[in-house]
Design a binder for this molecule. Structure first.
Ligand SMILES: *[C@@H]1O[C@H](CO)[C@@H](O)[C@H](O)[C@H]1NC(C)=O
Ligand SMILES: *[C@@H]1O[C@H](CO)[C@@H](O)[C@H](O)[C@H]1NC(C)=O
Ligand SMILES: *[C@@H]1O[C@H](CO)[C@@H](O)[C@H](O)[C@H]1NC(C)=O
Ligand SMILES: *[C@@H]1O[C@H](CO)[C@@H](O)[C@H](O)[C@H]1NC(C)=O
Ligand SMILES: *[C@@H]1O[C@H](CO)[C@@H](O)[C@H](O)[C@H]1NC(C)=O
Length: 662
C-alpha cells in the first residue's frame, strides 16, 4: 500500500473539511463539492488498485482471472464516472453561465479568447475520450481484449494526442510555465479581472466574480479528474493484461496530478481572495413600472402658481424668485388656480420663466400634474406630445399697470394620496429558528411603503443553501393609517427636509458571520441601512444560538471630519427610464444621495428621482451572504436607480492548499 503515502497530504487536507464523510449515495449539496469529488474519486482509485495489486507482471496468468479483474475494475470505473457525471450535471448551469459570459465579454480580447478556445478544445478532447472509456464498460462483454489495451496504451503514450499530453497542455495554458509563475498574469486571474471590469455586460449572470472563478475552476477540475482517472485505469488495464509492472509510471502520473492539483488550488485560492464578491443587477431589457422598478412620487414636483396666491396679502409686489419657501394661500378670482388641484403642502424655489403659456395637464390617475408646459417664448418644459386632455392657455396679468402678477414655476411638497414617500423602518429577519439566512434582496412597494424584502434559505453544511427551502419572506403588509402604526417608528416619511438615502456597503470580514436580517433607520435626515449578522458554523451549516450571537451592523458615520459622507449629485436629471444605455453603478461606500425632482426642461420637474430598482438580487448558485448594501446606478443626465446589492460569502479560507506542495 505504498501508493497511499503519496496521497496522504490530500487525505489530510480533506479530512480537515469533512468531519464525517457522507455516504456514497448522498446528494452532494455543498459549494465546495468539486474538491469533495476529487477526494472521493482519488480515494476510489486507490481502492481499485487493490484488485490489480495481486497480479504481478507475469506472462502466463489465466485468462478468466484477467477477465474477472477487468470486470471489477470497469465496475469501479463506472461508479467513479457516475460521481463525476452527477457533479458535472449539478454544475452544468453555473458553468454554462460563466462560459457564456466569457465568450460575451471577452470577444474584444483576442489573445485571451484564443487561449480560452484552446483550453476548451483540450477539455473537449479529454471529455470525449472519457465518454468513450465509459462506453467500454457498458459493452465489455463484447469487446476484444485488444480494444481495451489499445485504448490504454494510447491514453498514456507520450505522443502529442494522448490524454497524458492533453493534460499537460491544459495545465500549461491555464497556469503558464511553472518557472515563470505569476499570480496576476495567469488565465484565471485575467478572466476574473476582465469579468470584474465588464460591469455593464456581466451583471445579468448573477454570479459574483468569486463565484464565476469557482465555476470555471469546477469545469477545469472535473476535466482534469477525468484525465487522471483515464490514465490510472489505463495503467491498471495494462498491468492486468500482463503488459508490465508500471510502478514507476503510475507513481509519476500520480505525482504529476498531485502537483498540478496543488498548484491549481493555490492559484484558485489567490484569485478567489482577490475577486470581487458583489452581485448586483443591471437594468432590465424593458422598464415596466410596478414590475421591475418603482417610484417615489410627488415628493418635490413642478407646480405652476400665480404670485398673487403665494402670499397672504394677495399682492404682486415681488418677483417669483422671492418665494423660496412658502404656501399656496388662496385662489384669486378663480383663475387658473381653480382649474388644477392646489398644492396643499409647502411650495419651494419659485422661478419665473415667461408670462404666457399653454399647460397640458396629465391624466387623472397619473402622478404627474402636467405632461408639458409650452411658453409663448418657445421654451417647452417636459416632452411635447399630443395633449390628450386638451391644453389650457394660462396668461399672467398686470395690476394697476404697476405690478405684474406672474405665473411662477415652483416645487410642491405635498403629502397626498398620490404621494408615495414612505420607507419601512421595521426590521426584516430570516427565520433563524429554522436555520434560515438571507440569500437575496429586493425593494418592493407595498401599500405605498417601500420595503427591503429578503429571500431566505436554509443553511446546509459547507456554505450550501437548500434550494427548495428558498422563498421571499412576505413583507410586513401594514397600511400607514393602521392603528398602532406610527410615522418615525414603523415607517419614515420623506420630505423636503428629510430625503437622503445613505449609500453604504455593510459587511463583515469575520468569516464566521452571515447576514440574517436587514432594516432601515433614520440618522439625522438620512435613511441608513443596517444588516443583522449572526454567527454560524461553516462545516455544520448551522447558526449558533442566533438570539445571542448576532448583532446589527451599520455605517454610523454621520459627519466625522476627514471622512465625511459625500453626496452623489444628480445633474439635470431626466426620468431614469428614458436612458437608452444601461445604468452603471456610480456610488461608493460612505456616500449619500438626495431624492430630487427631475429637471425642469427635460420633465417639467414632474418625477422624483432616483427611481427604485425592484428586481431581485440573488446569486446563482445561492450562498450565504457576508454583507449587503444600497447603491446608486445611473448615467449622466438621468436620475438613475437606487438598488440593493449583496456580497457573497467568502469561500477563500476554505480552499486549503496542501503545505508540502509548492
Ligand atoms: C507578474 O506580472 C505582472 C505584469 O506583467 C508584473 O507587474 C508583476 O511584477 C509580475 N509578478 C511576479 C511575481 O513576477
Ligand atoms: C513490480 O511491482 C512491485 C510492487 O507492486 C515491486 O515490488 C516489484 O519489484 C516490481 N517488479 C518489477 C519486475 O519491476
Ligand atoms: C515515487 O517517486 C518518488 C520520486 O522519484 C519517490 O520518492 C517515491 O518513493 C516513489 N514512490 C513509489 C511508490 O515508487
Ligand atoms: C387609471 O386607473 C384606472 C383604474 O385604476 C385604470 O384602469 C386605468 O388604466 C388608468 N389610466 C391610466 C391612463 O393610467
Ligand atoms: C430542503 O428544504 C425542503 C423544504 O423546506 C425540506 O423538505 C428538505 O428536507 C430540505 N433538505 C435538506 C437536505 O435539509
Amino acid at each position: 500500500m505504498h501508493f497511499k503515502r503519496d496521497w496522504s497530504w490530500l487525505v489530510v487536507v480533506f479530512l480537515l473539511f469533512f468531519t464525517t464523510p457522507p455516504p456514497a449515495d448522498a446528494v452532494i449539496e455543498d459549494v465546495l463539492d468539486i474538491i469533495h469529488v476529487v477526494k472521493e474519486v482519488t480515494v476510489g482509485i486507490l481502492k481499485a488498485w487493490d484488485i490489480v495489486q495481486q497480479s504481478q507482471f507475469a506472462q502466463n496468468i489465466e485468462f478468466p482471472l484477467m477477465r474477472e479483474k477487468q470486470r471489477k475494475v470497469l465496475q469501479r470505473l463506472k461508479e467513479l464516472g457516475r460521481q463525476i457525471d452527477q457533479t458535472e450535471q449539478k454544475y452544468a448551469q453555473n458553468v454554462a453561465v460563466a462560459v457564456e459570459s466569457v465568450t460575451e465579454f471577452m470577444n474584444q480580447n483576442v489573445p485571451l479568447m484564443t487561449k480560452m478556445n484552446d483550453i476548451h478544445d483540450t477539455m473537449n478532447r479529454i471529455s470525449s475520450r472519457f465518454q468513450q472509456m465509459q462506453k467500454y464498460e457498458a459493452h465489455q462483454h463484447k469487446l476484444e481484449e485488444s480494444t481495451l489495451i489499445t485504448f490504454a496504451e494510447w491514453t498514456v503514450s507520450p505522443n502529442a494526442y494522448s490524454v497524458h499530453h492533453l493534460m499537460e497542455r491544459l495545465h500549461l495554458t491555464l497556469l503558464g510555465p511553472e518557472e515563470k509563475e505569476n499570480t496576476t498574469t495567469n488565465m484565471l486571474s485575467l478572466l476574473a479581472q476582465t469579468y470584474e471590469e465588464s460591469t455593464d455586460k456581466i451583471c445579468h449572470t448573477q454570479q459574483s466574480a468569486q463565484q464565476f472563478v469557482y465555476s470555471l475552476y469546477a469545469d477545469i477540475a472535473l476535466t482534469e479528474l477525468k484525465g487522471y482517472i483515464m490514465m490510472e485505469f489505463s495503467w491498471m488495464m495494462l498491468r492486468i493484461y500482463g503488459k508490465g509492472n508500471y510502478t514507476e509510471e503510475v507513481n509519476l502520473t500520480r505525482m504529476d496530478y498531485e502537483k498540478r492539483t496543488g498548484r491549481t488550488l493555490k492559484l484558485l485560492r489567490e484569485v478567489m481572495r482577490r475577486a470581487d464578491r458583489i452581485v448586483w443587477r443591471c437594468d432590465p431589457a424593458k422598464f415596466i413600472r410596478g414590475k421591475n422598478y418603482d417610484e417615489v412620487t410627488r415628493l418635490l414636483q413642478g407646480y405652476i402658481e400665480n404670485e398673487v396666491d403665494l402670499n397672504k396679502e394677495e399682492t404682486c409686489r415681488e418677483t417669483c424668485d422671492f418665494y423660496q419657501s412658502t404656501r399656496s394661500e388662496g385662489c384669486f378670482k378663480d383663475l387658473y388656480c381653480a382649474r388644477q388641484p392646489r398644492c396643499s403642502g409647502k411650495v419651494y424655489h419659485c422661478t419665473f420663466v415667461d408670462s404666457d403659456m399653454w399647460v397640458c395637464p396629465a391624466g387623472r390617475n397619473s402622478t404627474r400634474r402636467y405632461e408639458y408646459i409650452e411658453y409663448e417664448n418657445g421654451r417647452v418644459l417636459g416632452q411635447r406630445s399630443a395633449c390628450v386632455r386638451g391644453s389650457t392657455k394660462v396668461d399672467s396679468w398686470w395690476r394697476y399697470l404697476l405690478w405684474h402678477c406672474s405665473y411662477c414655476f415652483c416645487l410642491c411638497d405635498e403629502i397626498s394620496i398620490k404621494s408615495d414617500r414612505y420607507f419601512n423602518l421595521r426590521e426584516t429577519v430570516a427565520d433563524v429558528e429554522n436555520n434560515r439566512v438571507v440569500t437575496g434582496l429586493r425593494f418592493v412597494k407595498s401599500n405605498r411603503v417601500f420595503h427591503l424584502q429578503i429571500e431566505e434559505g436554509q443553511l446546509l453544511p459547507r456554505g450550501g443553501i437548500n434550494r427548495t427551502s428558498q422563498r421571499w419572506k412576505p413583507v410586513d403588509n401594514y397600511q400607514i393609517f393602521d392603528r398602532n402604526v406610527r410615522n418615525g417608528r414603523d415607517y419614515h416619511t420623506l420630505s423636503y427636509e428629510s430625503r437622503s438615502m445613505d449609500l453604504d456597503d455593510i459587511y463583515t470580514d469575520d468569516n464566521s458571520y452571515v447576514v440574517v436580517g436587514v432594516r432601515f433607520r433614520v440618522v439625522g435626515a438620512h435613511l441608513n441601512v443596517e444588516a443583522k449578522l449572526a454567527e454560524y458554523d461553516f462545516l455544520e451549516g448551522k447558526l449558533i444560538s442566533p438570539e445571542i450571537n448576532s448583532f446589527w451592523k451599520s455605517n454610523d458615520n454621520t459627519d466625522v471630519s476627514g471622512d465625511r459622507r459625500q453626496k452623489v449629485n444628480l445633474n439635470n436629471p431626466d426620468m431614469s427610464t428614458r436612458t437608452i444605455v444601461k445604468s452603471i453603478p456610480d456610488s461608493r461606500h460612505n456616500q449619500y444621495i438626495d431624492f430630487v425632482n427631475t429637471n425642469m426642461d427635460k420633465d417639467a420637474a414632474q418625477s422624483t428621482v432616483p427611481f427604485i430598482d425592484t428586481q431581485e438580487v440573488v446569486s446563482n448558485p445561492p450562498v450565504p451572504l457576508s454583507g449587503l448594501g444600497i447603491y446608486h446606478k445611473g448615467r449622466q443626465g438621468y436620475g438613475g436607480f437606487l438598488a440593493p446589492k449583496i456580497m457573497t460569502y467568502d469561500f477563500t479560507p476554505h480552499i486549503r492548499v496542501p503545505q508540502n506542495i509548492n
